[in-house]
Design a protein around this ligand. Structure first.
Ligand SMILES: [Zn+2]
Length: 97
């Protein structure tokens, strides 16, 4: 098992802001998708734009993804890594506007 500083998906793929796939949905939100095409979970989270004039993003990661990473790296590291990842996803989304 991977121990330490990375978040990973239940399929084993290492997950960070550069590997995640962000897809725009028809409703104007975003889907955050695992980098592995064979992933059984596929969708790891979602994001929506709160204000479009000066965009802010509400990014959520799935419960299962977070719980899984708590098991792998411990709650403290997981919380920190998730916070960091959410921040980076927001920065990435900002470039679309
Ligand atoms: Zn996966």
């Amino acid at each position: 098992m991977v121990a330490g500083k990375n978040l990973s998906c239940i399929c084993g793929a290492s997950v960070d802001a550069s590997s995640l796939i962000i897809k725009r949905t028809e409703g104007g939100g975003y889907r955050i998708v695992c980098p592995s095409p064979k992933c059984p979970l596929h969708e790891l989270g979602s994001a929506k734009v709160i204000r479009s004039s000066q965009p802010k993003f509400e990014v959520k990661l799935s419960r299962m993804f977070k719980d899984w990473n708590v098991l792998l790296v411990g709650r403290e590291s997981c919380d920190r890594l998730v916070r960091d990842l959410l921040k980076q996803i927001s920065l990435k989304l900002r470039k679309f506007y």
